[in-house]
Every structure is written in structure tokens, then in C-alpha cells.
Design a protein around this ligand. Structure first.
Ligand code: SAH
Length: 213
């Protein structure tokens, strides 16, 4: 079932009112139907600005936070982007409309398989999915222009900082507990890293190793 024009308009209005103002990001979000990434009874709530449950006890993030993170990443059309935390695949699908290529990794094979099936069905061909502990990044494809984490780390993982190109940007939630986390933007300079704190957020934690399914 396709989404009504009115539902989409309200969705875009809600995004704008919560600070997603970048036209390219809004256009990418307009192109991606969030309902296909949400299963069963929750699909009808796909156009509400709230996180929703997906398989493996994980969540698809709140759309306005997806927009704010995507905007903070300043993606340009030639970028090679790495996303840690594929989840439903929704965030990766949005990135795929803004970047040249997207690599996305999750520690649950089942989530990766489901997301890959959606990308194929949606004719999205510039996303590479893989199952691994994303804290180690993807050395074979490094350096990346942009890196996005959608699970909260205590600190930016060292391998990911190393795999960021000079001039590149990494956006991630950091924090030691489930309740107090900040979204930060790290920019790699010739001589080190610049850190900016963007806003409070709440994400599932970045966990070690592979998931059970
Ligand atoms: N970006 C997703 C939402 C992700 S929820 C979306 O658009 O739907 C966070 C995800 O991070 C979960 O799926 C979880 O399994 C994954 N995750 C947590 N720790 C990880 C790690 N070390 N490596 C890879 N994925 C991880």
C-alpha cells in the first residue's frame, strides 16, 4: 500500500519542525518509505516520529533523529560512507540516496539479511551489507569519508577514528549509560580530531562480538 500524499507532507513537516532543514536530506527521506522497514502491526505507525521495535530486540530510530544525524554528517554525492548498526536498514537507505556508496554492518546476521532483501526489492544497488562487530570498522575499504554509528559507544572506537579520511566526519552517540548520551560530531584534521557536542540522544548500546541470530 502506498503512503498518502497527506501523510508524507505531515511527516516532512514534523521533520522540519524538529530541526531537519537540509533540503537534500529531506528529499532523501521523502524517497524512502519507512513502512517497508517496519514489520507487522507497527508498519501503520511508520510515519509517526517515534522509534519502533524491529527484530532481535532492536529498534528503528526516530525519523527526526535519523534526519538530524544524516544532516550532521554533511554527506556529499562522492562520499563513501560506513554505517555501524544496520538495524532495519532505514538509515542506510537514506544515506544511499546521498552518497556514492554505503557500507553497513550489524552484529545480528538476521537483521543484515532482512535489510539486504529490502534493498534488493527497492532496487537500491549502492549499499554493501555485512555481519560483524562494527567497532573494528572495515579496514579493506578504508579510509571512509563519513562514518555513522547508530548505537552508543562509551568513546569513539579507535579503529573507526583510524579509518576516517583526513577531512572526514564521524557522527555518533556517546555515553556511559542508557539514559545519558550525547550525539557528537568528530572531524578528522591533519593534526588530530575536532569534537563537537550536538544534542542529547538515547540509543541502544554498541555491544561487543556477534549477536545470537
Ligand atoms: N540504523 C538502524 C537502527 C539501528 S539500532 C535503522 O535505521 O533501523 C542499533 C543497531 O546497532 C542494532 O541493530 C544493533 O544490533 C547494532 N549494533 C550494536 N552494537 C554493534 C556492533 N558492535 N557492531 C555492529 N552493530 C551493532
Amino acid at each position: 500500500m502506498s503512503v498518502s500524499a497527506e501523510t508524507k507532507m505531515q511527516f516532512l513537516y514534523a521533520l522540519r519542525s524538529k530541526g531537519v532543514t537540509d533540503t537534500k536530506v529531506l528529499t532523501a527521506m521523502e524517497r524512502v518509505d519507512r513502512a517497508v522497514f517496519v514489520k507487522g502491526i507497527f508498519a501503520e505507525r511508520a510515519y509517526e516520529d517515534m522509534p519502533l521495535p524491529i527484530s532481535c530486540g532492536q529498534t528503528i530510530s526516530q525519523p527526526s533523529i535519523v534526519g538530524i544525524m544524516t544532516q550532521a554528517l554533511k554527506v556529499s554525492p562522492r562520499d563513501k560512507v560506513l554505517e555501524i548498526g544496520t538495524g532495519s536498514g532505514y538509515q542506510a537507505a537514506i544515506l544511499s540516496h546521498l552518497a556514492r556508496r554505503v557500507y553497513t554492518v550489524d552484529r545480528y546476521r538476521r537483521l543484515v539479511t532482512q535489510a539486504q532483501a529490502i534493498f534488493t526489492a527497492q532496487d537500491i544497488t549502492n549499499i554493501t551489507t555485512f555481519t560483524a562487530d562494527g567497532s573494528y570498522g572495515f579496514a579493506e575499504q578504508a579510509p571512509f569519508d563519513k562514518i555513522l554509528l547508530t548505537a552508543a559507544a562509551e568513546d569513539p572506537p579507535g579503529p573507526l577514528l583510524q579509518q576516517l579520511r583526513v577531512g572526514g566526519i564521524m557522527v555518533l552517540p556517546v555515553g556511559q549509560s542508557d539514559t545519558v548520551q550525547s550525539l557528537i560530531r568528530v572531524t578528522r584534521l591533519e593534526t588530530g580530531f575536532d569534537y563537537e557536542e550536538l544534542r542529547p540522544v538515547r540509543f541502544v548500546p554498541l555491544l561487543e562480538g556477534l549477536g545470537a541470530d
